[in-house]
Write a protein that binds this ligand. Structure first.
Ligand SMILES: [Zn+2]
Length: 362
């Protein structure tokens, strides 16, 4: 386990590598505790993607940041309970924010996209502690239409010693015959694809899959939770379902009509397939380049009770006026240690990065 984690670190983005010593100084000097009264907030929303046992994919695994082990999820639940946090639903978090009911600090667990491992490996842990959680469903997953290109790209880079890829109108050749070169190529291609408009991105990914054949539909089927299992989750009493669009496009590229269609249709489809009410939304990608003021207003006007971003931070009482732009705390695959949870819930790292601004909602 430790060996896998250590090898995994070598493919971490440089920014992540540089952040770790600063976080450790904050933690081990105890400085972070000084921040808690002003920056610890009233609660927090955890964000997860995959929950599954550590595997032996080897040193090149750039998407490992998106997965935590069931053991780490369990440790986190035990820790927050021991620290006297209450684990609540998003509905309850919304109520507490609106009614200013802050007698006890609270956390919510949210899982993005709707992966099969959520059902297989996260659900048993949540059941053991009767801990409520939310899964935001990207409907392309159970429908089998999602192209999980960041995973497909990882496979292609892992399996090849050189990659030729068309990025916009240029053919680029990347040598990928060492861990360092694979990491560099992955990051270059990943960010090039991430910064493209959805249609251009789709065309680039399709061209890549023509050249390096991986069946995206088969990959999607093996990775996604089926509608039956999603309905079973919803009927089990612990899980809340949220919407996460149909195509998982960065909303900032879409017209207002397209955003409304993506959000409203995914909400209607999840409700129709599961019988569960859908009151919450998570922005695809969720960073400030993918969702900001225009997108927040559209989602609020559609009547969602809350919407979560991937902007970092805990919840403050002021978020009652910004329920469509809630920050989250990531359970990060490269930071699977409780000291990072403790640090983030103190509010210290985000307060420092953001120049002591409590809110980031613009
Ligand atoms: Zn997502």
């Amino acid at each position: 386990m430790a060996d896998t984690a250590r090898r995994g670190e070598s493919t971490m983005p440089l920014k992540t590598q540089l952040m770790r010593p600063a976080m450790d100084v904050l933690y081990y000097t105890g400085t972070y505790r000084l921040f808690k009264p002003a920056f610890g907030g009233v609660g927090a929303i955890f964000m997860l993607h995959h929950v599954r046992p550590a595997d032996r994919r080897g040193p090149f695994s750039p998407n490992r940041i998106l997965e935590v082990t069931p053991e780490f999820l369990e440790e986190t639940i035990q820790w927050v309970l021991a620290q006297n946090y209450q684990i609540v639903t998003l509905d309850e978090a919304q109520r507490r924010l609106v009614e200013k009911d802050f007698q006890r600090r609270f956390v919510c667990f949210t899982l993005d996209d709707g992966y099969l491992d959520n059902y297989l490996h996260a659900l048993p842990v949540f059941l053991k502690y009767r801990a409520p959680f939310t899964v935001y469903i990207h409907t392309g997953l159970p429908d089998g239409t999602a192209v999980l290109w960041w995973w497909l790209l990882e496979e292609i880079v892992r399996d090849n010693d050189a990659i030729a890829i068309r990025l916009r109108d240029r053919e680029v050749l990347f040598p990928t015959d060492s861990l360092h070169r694979k990491t560099r190529a992955y990051n270059r291609i990943y960010w090039a694809l991430r910064s493209m408009p959805p249609a251009v991105q789709r065309a680039s990914v399709e061209a890549m899959l023509d050249r390096y054949p991986i069946d995206p539909a088969a990959f999607c089927r093996s990775t996604a939770m089926s509608w039956d299992r999603i309905a079973e989750l919803a009927g089990g009493g612990l899980a809340t379902l949220g919407a996460h669009t149909i195509s998982h496009s960065a909303l900032s590229w879409l017209s207002p009509e397209e955003i409304r269609r993506e959000a409203a249709q995914s909400r209607a489809l999840i409700a129709e397939r599961t019988g569960a009410p859908v009151r919450h939304f998570a922005y695809p990608y969720g960073d400030s380049a993918s969702a900001s003021r225009r997108e927040f207003k559209i989602i609020r006007d559609l009547g969602f009770a809350t919407a979560t971003t991937t902007r970092k931070g805990v919840l403050f009482s002021e978020h009652a006026r910004h329920l469509e732009a809630l920050p989250r705390v990531t359970l990060h695959g490269s930071y699977q240690h409780l000291r990072y949870i403790e640090l983030y819930l103190s509010g210290a790292p985000v307060a420092l990065w953001r120049g002591f601004q409590r809110l980031d909602v613009g």
